[in-house]
Write a protein that binds this ligand. Structure first.
Ligand SMILES: [Zn+2]
Length: 128
């Protein structure tokens, strides 16, 4: 189930992201303008930490693991916000580029790049 972060959760989560990554890449800077949802289907068993869903393009979904450990989700937030930025930039073309198979070649590489850049800022580049 998808539940919007409470005001307190959102404030804490965003403050943590800004504390951890003071030099915010533009993708993360957008977090202030984005609705954030917990998706309780995402957990450590399936390893899914977040998603950007075309049905709700003004928001991103995050694993509730971030309630206790926002630091786990910082690079995921960057990755998913990059997809949101791609959607806003590419508009209708995003739908074609999001077709499975094409998506991996056209949308994922730069999102992964952003994610790794944030991991590097956090000193986590060795875990990927
Ligand atoms: Zn992705």
């Amino acid at each position: 189930m998808r539940t919007q972060l409470t005001d307190d959760e959102r404030k804490y989560f965003i403050n943590e992201i800004k504390r951890l990554v003071p030099d915010l890449p533009h993708e993360i800077a957008d977090v202030d303008k984005t609705a954030l949802f917990w998706e309780d289907k995402y957990n450590s068993d399936n390893g899914i930490l977040g998603s950007f869903d075309l049905k709700h393009p003004h928001s991103i979904n995050l694993s509730p693991l971030g309630k206790q450990m926002p630091e786990m989700l910082v690079s995921t937030v960057a990755h998913e916000l990059h997809h949101k930025w791609q959607f806003e930039t590419l508009s209708i073309f995003y739908f074609f580029m999001a077709i499975p198979g094409i998506r991996q070649c056209l949308l994922e590489p730069t999102a992964k790049e952003v994610e790794l850049a944030v991991d590097k800022l956090l000193g986590l580049e060795d875990i990927n």
